[in-house]
Structures are given as C-alpha cells and as structure tokens.
Design a protein around this ligand. Structure first.
Ligand code: 3HC
Length: 311
C-alpha cells in the first residue's frame, strides 16, 4: 500500500541509498527531478552555442581541436541527461518541445555573449569551474541515474575547466593586448558565473525540499562561497583580477568576502530578457528543424531493423 511504499522511500533516503527508476517515488520528487534534469540537459546543449561561436576563428589548429572536443562533450552531456530524465517516464521530444516553447529553461549564463576569443577561455575557466562545484555534490544525489551521469560529466568538465585556465594562461603570458583581452573577458564572466548557483537561500523556492530529498546537498549560497574560495587563488596565479573591489579574505570566517551577483538581473535573464536569450532560442529551434531529416532517417533505420526477417 502507499503508506508502506512511502515509508520505504523515506528509509532509502534516510539511509543515503539510491532511488532507482522502478522504485516507488512521490509525484513531487519525480516532478522536481524532471524539472532539474531537463533544465540541466537543456543547459548542456544550448551551452554549446557561445563557444561554437569561436570554432571557425580559433587562433591555432590545436586550440580549435580542443574547443571542438569540448563542444562535442557538451552534446554528449546533454544525451546522458536526457536519457536520465527519460528513466522518469518522460520523452526527450516533449522536453525539447518544452524548451523550444519556453516552458522549460536553461542556465542564465548562456544568455551572455562571447565577444572575443578570450571569452571562450574565461567562460570555460569560470562557468565550467562553477558547474563542477555544483555537480560534484550531485554525484551523490539520491536519484541513481542522475548521480551516475554526473560522475562522467564531472570528469569531462574538469578537462574543460583546465583547458580554459590554460587558454587564459597563454593570453596572460602573451602581449599586453592579450593580457588586457583576458582581463576584460574575466570582467564580463565573473558575475554570470556567480549567478549560476541561483538565487540566495531565502529566495530559493526549491532548495529546502530538494535538500530534504538529498537531490541537492548544499544551499546555493554555500556552493557560491565554495566557488569563490577556489577561484580567487587561481585568478592570482593567472594574474587576473575579479571585478569586485570588496573581494578579500576574511580570517574570522575562513572564507573570502565578496559582492554577490545582481539577483534582479538574474531574474530578468531567467525570464527571457538577457542579452542573448532570443538569439540562443532561435538558433536552437533552427538547429532542431534542420536536424529533422536525421531524426527521420534514424527512425526509419531503427524500424527496418525491427522487422521480423531481421530476427
Ligand atoms: N539560471 C536559470 N534558472 C535558474 C538559475 C540559473 N542560474 N538558478 C535558479 N534558477 C531557477 C530555478 O530553475 C527555479 O526555477 P523553476 O522553478 O522554473 O525551475 C528558480 O530559479 C528558483 O531557484 P531554486 O534555487 O529554487 O532552484 P533549484 O533548487 O532547482 O536550484 C540550481 C537551481 C542550483 C540551478 C539547480 O537546479 C541545479 O543544481 N541544477 C543543475 C545544474 C545545472 O543545470 N548545470 C548545468 C551546467 S551548464 C554546463 O555545464 C554547460 C556548460 O559547460 C557549457
């Protein structure tokens, strides 16, 4: 009976074990996972755009190869995550419809432009760094397929993060103009990266329940602080300065003090009014339409191999 199933679910969560697709779960748990995993998957595939913007203009063959590998990895992450969402009984085609119709979203930072080559480095160093801080705890998320997808995603994000650092390192050890280009890119990407962690805890509608279910392990603010603490020494190594005059080590807290992102701006970008929201969504819809023949061909191929004379 339902009370027994619910008690079992609560016990699995309390024991820090995993909920698997065939296990009973409360509807609200399922809905929360679909919301978060779909948004996560959409972020991976729409997140290909700001970097793909520079593929044809990478400054060397080596940089181009690395960037191409990274952009392809993002597509792969999208695939693992759509597959994880499908274990909850939804269909990828419906999730994509929801994205294209604006009923589901992707992360805010993707709606900012990559104005120079240095932006690809800053974007990777900062936003992939932030993604790792957010996703490492998700490897211990209570839902098995999501947690397992995150393990591989985090390994690949770690490569993305390092190549971003390496790209900025080359620029900061180059000409004064290259160093300045790197600094300006960091000035642009610092706050979009801090905003990735979401609204402050008091305004985070889902955190409390998601933490009780052990989908999330930390508040948005705890992860944002962790990110700043990791990032500042790396910025010092690069010789780059985050655009925050109040950023300084606080000995009493054992953390860096910093100015939080502008959460009104985050709300505007989430609602669709960031610098590139319209462009990103239009491009995504166009890519989907132009890929229709591939989906049709793949479906026809699969149907042929399902006919009886093929066994
Ligand atoms: N961008 C867009 N929407 C955001 C957001 C952001 N930065 N932060 C919060 N929101 C939304 C939430 O989705 C929620 O809206 P909804 O109810 O319509 O879904 C609302 O704001 C309130 O926020 P909450 O804090 O209550 O929401 P959550 O508890 O879900 O926490 C989160 C938000 C921390 C973003 C969480 O959902 C999460 O950890 N998601 C998975 C992380 C993720 O998506 N990573 C993708 C990284 S992108 C990437 O790696 C690609 C790159 O490499 C190119």
């Amino acid at each position: 009976d339902e009370a027994g199933l619910r008690a079992h679910f609560e016990k699995v969560i309390a024991d820090d074990r995993k909920i698997e697709p065939r296990d009973w779960m409360p509807d609200a748990y399922r809905r929360t996972l679909v919301r978060q995993i779909a948004q996560h998957a959409h972020s991976e595939i729409v997140g290909m755009q700001p970097e793909a913007n520079w593929l044809t203009r990478a400054p060397s063959l080596a940089r181009k190869t690395i960037l191409l590998a990274k952009v392809q990895d993002e597509a792969g992450h999208g695939l693992y995550l759509y597959a994880a969402a499908e274990t909850l009984g939804v269909h990828r085609a419906d999730l994509l419809d929801a994205l294209h119709e604006g009923r589901q979203r992707y992360l805010s930072f993707i709606n900012y432009p990559t104005l120079t080559w240095a932006d690809t480095g800053a974007l990777a160093w900062l936003t992939d760094g932030a993604a790792i801080v957010n996703q490492v705890p998700l490897c211990r998320s209570s839902y098995g397929p999501y947690a397992r997808a995150m393990v591989r995603v985090c390994k690949e994000e770690s490569f993305h993060h390092r190549q971003g650092f390496d790209s900025l390192w080359a620029l900061t050890h180059g000409t004064p103009a290259q160093r300045q280009m790197a600094q300006e890119a960091v000035d642009r990407w610092w706050y979009p990266a801090l905003a990735m962690f979401g609204p402050p805890h008091h305004a985070s509608v889902h955190s409390e329940q998601s933490m009780a279910w052990r989908i999330k392990r930390f508040t948005n603010d705890e992860l944002r602080q962790r990110f700043v603490d990791i990032c500042v020494p790396q910025a010092e190594l690069l010789g780059l300065t985050p655009p925050d005059a109040d950023l300084r080590w606080n000995d009493d807290r054992g953390h860096y003090d910093f100015t939080p992102p502008d959460f009104d701006e985050l709300t505007r970008v989430i609602k669709g009014d960031g610098p590139c929201n319209r462009q990103r969504l239009a491009h995504r819809r166009r890519a989907h339409d132009e890929g229709a023949w591939v989906r049709e061909a793949a479906a026809a191929h699969a149907a042929k191999h399902r006919t009886p004379h093929h066994g």
